[in-house]
Structures are given as structure tokens and as C-alpha cells.
Design a protein around this ligand. Structure first.
Ligand code: SAM
Length: 175
């Protein structure tokens, strides 16, 4: 699988270059986006709470001949000593317990450098959560672009056939 096309297109249209930038993929999963960014010359850190995901991303990085810094950690406990030009927080919010979401979104925004880009995405199945998230993001980001569309998903637990979800995507600049 390749990097998410929406993310690639939006980053490409907002950035004049990739090389030398530093990016963070929070809740990276199998790492298609993180590896995609690394292939563009970006220095990438990818974190996930599941060790199996971090093993898979390292396998993919080796296969694609790129280097990625990884950490098995919960976003709640991740304490980097830097801020990033690009932060991806995609399809992870629905895993975060509702009581932690406001704090996590503020933490995610804090990890972006001033003038850096935050990319957020999640399924629109729980819209009140997204509306709450959006209002929090609007207070700290500018030049926000949002889009909603249908994405195809492969069979998984609870839906063992190919199916579609409505997805919500957002990109904005940290003020
Ligand atoms: C649906 S996958 C999304 C993967 C990738 N970000 C993407 O957009 O394709 C969600 C990932 O978030 C991770 N995750 C969920 N809660 C997390 C948390 N609190 N801290 C770190 N990772 C978390 C899961 O382990 C899983 O790999």
C-alpha cells in the first residue's frame, strides 16, 4: 500500500520542499504514511502503542531502504524534546478514550512547530467527536482545509467484507 493520496497531495501543494523537514506520525499503524514521507527525504519519527505495528513499519522501511525512528509508546506518554514541521494524527482519535481526547488533541497541536503543518483524519461515524475536535483545532491552526469523502476499507473484525467509511480530513498551519 502507498501513502494516503489526500495527505500526499495536500502536503505537496503547501510545501516547497520535503528534504530536511522533520515529521512525526502519531499512531502510525503499519506505517504507509511514515514510510511514504521518509521516501520523500523527510526525517520521520513514527510511534504506536502496539509493538507489532512498530515491527511492521521497520520491515517496510527496510524493504523501501529508508530509515525511520520508531518508538513503542502511547501518545499520552510520548515526550519528545523537539517540535515537528509535520505531524500526522490520522485515524487514531476514535481509539482514544473520550475523557482523554481534549488533552490529546492539545498535546498533538503542541508537538507541531509554529508554522508547521498538522494533518488530522478520522472516520466520520462519530461526528459529535469530530465537531468537538474541530473546534479545538480551529483555535490553534490557520489556513485550515477540511474535506469529507468515502474511503474503501479492507475486511476487518466486525466487517469481514470490503466496505466503505465516511472519512473527515483536515490540514492546517500551527499559529
Ligand atoms: C487505524 S490505525 C491508523 C494508522 C495510521 N495512522 C493511518 O492513518 O493509516 C490506528 C493506530 O493507532 C494506534 N493507537 C491507538 N491508540 C493509540 C495511543 N493511545 N497511542 C499510540 N498509538 C495508538 C493503534 O495501535 C493503531 O496502530
Amino acid at each position: 500500500m502507498n501513502m494516503d493520496k489526500w495527505i500526499y497531495d495536500k502536503l505537496s501543494s503547501r510545501l516547497s520542499h520535503f528534504k530536511g523537514l522533520i515529521a512525526l506520525d502519531l499512531g502510525c499503524g503499519e506505517g504507509f504514511n511514515a514510510v511514504g514521507l521518509a521516501k520523500l527525504g523527510i526525517k520521520v519519527t513514527a510511534v504506536d502503542k502496539q509493538a507489532t505495528m512498530i515491527e511492521r513499519i521497520q520491515e517496510l522501511a527496510n524493504k523501501e531502504k529508508v530509515t525511520i525512528t520508531t518508538e513503542v509508546v502511547e501518545i499520552q506518554d510520548f515526550q519528545p524534546n523537539t517540535r515537528y514541521d509535520i505531524v500526522l494524527f490520522t485515524h487514531v482519535l476514535h481509539f482514544i478514550p473520550s475523557g482523554d481526547r481534549e488533552y490529546i488533541i492539545k498535546k498533538v497541536v503542541d508537538l507541531v512547530k509554529t508554522g508547521g503543518l498538522l494533518v488530522f483524519a478520522d472516520l466520520e461515524d462519530d461526528f459529535p467527536v469530530l465537531a468537538e475536535c474541530l473546534s479545538l483545532l480551529e483555535t490553534s491552526l490557520k489556513d485550515i482545509k477540511t474535506e469529507r469523502f468515502s474511503v474503501k476499507d479492507e475486511p476487518h473484525l466486525g466487517a469481514d467484507y470490503p466496505h466503505h467509511h465516511k472519512a473527515f480530513y483536515l490540514i492546517g498551519i500551527k499559529q
